[in-house]
Design a protein around this ligand. Structure first.
Ligand code: ZN
Length: 308
């Protein structure tokens, strides 16, 4: 069995929302460069994903949402869906590839072909709601992975940790009435997308963090609120919405995490997965906009996942 699968799709680097947009193709290049420099590549099984199928999307999105995105995809140029979120001719294919990667990650892990998997994909997905794209996101990648685990493998308990600096409003929106999914999101508050702080639900754990929160505050929140809830839930699979924009060097947000905090939280999720589900874990890239810090942080995340 492969230990850690690194899954991507060729078109993820072709999705481009304009020269000055922070969610840029250079993000994946920076990750690639750091993994090479860090000597991690030989330890990862590289896999190219197939595009997601309609059924994968319609488990978590309305048919109207899916049809609207297919219809909006331009043949040339850039089309804006909101001021921050735009499609070029490769966006649809990249978004389908991102979801396809996460679905494949679930397949590899559930079928015992990999211990765990990381999807090095873009666009990100966690802001995409059942009926609308937003915040650089088109299809909700992590939600599609969770729904695939439930539908294809009959899982009854899937836990998602979202440590992106922004609240995973799309994932919450999709699973607000789905008790088979436990969703935990840590996020800067108040901050975009200005949701999540008031949610009351026994399977959604939102942990707002004040601007300036550093690794010790983050670790305390994870230790006291997320880990006990995951242990009580006893997940059969752990998924991570792995955004790295809570890094102190990130230009879009104001938390103060460093690479060691990402290694620590990954270790905690690995230990949870070992306790409850034989180590089954799938992580997928969300945000992270200082490309240098992103490359370093993903490298530490993968170093833990691959147990190097
Ligand atoms: Zn983010």
């Amino acid at each position: 069995m492969v230990h850690t699968a690194f899954i991507t799709h060729n078109d993820c680097v072709k999705h481009d929302m304009g020269e000055f947009h922070p969610e840029s193709p250079a993000r994946l290049g920076a990750i690639n460069d750091r993994l090479i420099a860090g000597g991690l590549m030989p330890y990862l099984q590289h896999v190219e994903a197939s595009p997601a199928l309609r059924q994968h999307l319609e488990r978590v999105h309305s048919a109207t949402h899916v049809e609207n995105l297919f219809a909006a995809a331009p043949k040339r140029g850039i089309v804006h869906l909101d001021p921050d979120t735009a499609m070029n001719p490769y966006t649809l294919s990249a978004a389908l590839g991102a979801v396809g990667a996460a679905v494949l990650g679930v397949d590899l892990v559930m079928q015992g072909k990999a211990q765990n998997a990381f999807c090095g994909v873009r666009p990100p997905g966690h802001h995409a709601e059942r009926d609308r794209p937003m915040g650089f996101c088109f299809f909700n990648t992590i939600a599609a992975a969770a729904a695939h685990a439930i539908e294809r493998y009959g899982l009854e308990r899937v836990a998602i940790l979202d440590f992106d600096v922004h609240h995973g409003n799309g994932t919450e929106n999709i699973f607000k009435n789905e008790p088979r999914v436990l969703f935990c999101s840590t996020f800067q508050h108040p901050f975009y997308p200005y949701q999540g702080a008031d949610t009351v639900s026994d399977h959604i754990i939102n942990i707002p963090l004040r601007a300036g929160t550093d690794g010790s505050g983050f670790r305390e929140a994870i230790s006291t609120r997320c880990i006990p809830a995951f242990d009580a839930f006893a997940p059969q699979l752990i998924l991570i919405s792995a955004g790295f924009d809570a890094h102190r060097e990130d230009p879009l947000a104001h938390l103060r995490l460093v690479e060691a905090d990402y290694a620590w939280v990954t270790q905690q999720m690995m230990a949870l997965a070992q306790r409850h589900c034989g180590g089954a874990l799938v992580s997928t890239l969300e945000g992270g906009y200082n490309t240098d810090a992103l490359g370093r942080s993903v490298t530490e995340h993968l170093r833990v996942l691959a147990e190097i």
